[in-house]
Design a protein around this ligand. Structure first.
Ligand code: FMN
Length: 176
């Protein structure tokens, strides 16, 4: 029986993928991912998220040009935009929807697909215009999704001793 370490390895093995194979992602897999994303936690179970599956090449290209770090979208077969109803969860919509974004990323990873989170919060109006979103729907993230065509090394992480405190801020924890 698994002691949970496989699951931890799964989490730790996710990478942002910015180069994709020229191979489509089936609707069956897209639905599996979005079905799992529905199970993300949200304040008062408000589930303020909706998902826009972007397959249209021209639209993907336009999204891929909203800023200079959005270019992974240009080579991805698919984008998933997570949009959030700020009226449905006024205090927590950003964190609620960030949870849904992570669920999408991890569900895709579980299926062998790669993703990268493309920043959209500095270009909210532009993305709303491109996707014809009502004003209350905030595009929280654009995910480029596809079959990985690179295996990047893990990005450097802060050491636990830099970020973990015991009881009060600044008190070092010496685990026994
Ligand atoms: C809120 C947010 C915005 C991001 N925006 C971009 C982006 O616009 N373009 C990009 O290539 N990567 C973007 N990333 C991906 C990060 O660069 C990446 O997660 C980080 O470098 C750690 O690498 P890893 O995901 O491989 O662990 C973003 C990630 C987050 C969480």
């Amino acid at each position: 029986m698994s002691d949970g370490c496989d699951h931890l390895r799964f989490l730790i093995s996710r990478r942002s993928i910015r180069k994709f194979k020229d191979r489509p992602v089936s609707d069956e897999l897209i639905l599996k991912i979005l079905d799992a994303a529905r199970f993300a936690p949200s304040a008062k179970n408000s589930q303020p998220w909706e998902f826009i599956v972007v397959k249209d090449d021209l639209l993907k290209e336009r999204l891929g040009r909203i800023h200079r770090h959005a270019s992974p979208l240009l080579g991805a077969p698919l984008a998933i935009v997570v949009v959030c109803d700020r009226e449905a969860s006024p205090t927590s919509y950003l964190v609620d929807c960030a949870n849904a974004v992570m669920y999408v990323m991890l569900a895709a990873h579980a299926l062998g697909l790669g993703t990268v989170w493309i920043q959209s919060l500095r270009n909210v109006e532009k993305v709303q215009e491109l996707l014809e979103l009502p004003e209350r729907l905030i595009p929280v993230a654009i995910l480029a999704v596809g079959w990985p065509d690179e295996s990047p090394n893990p990005k450097k992480r802060k050491e636990l001793r830099e970020i973990v405190h015991l009881d009060r801020y600044g008190r070092y924890w010496a685990p026994t």
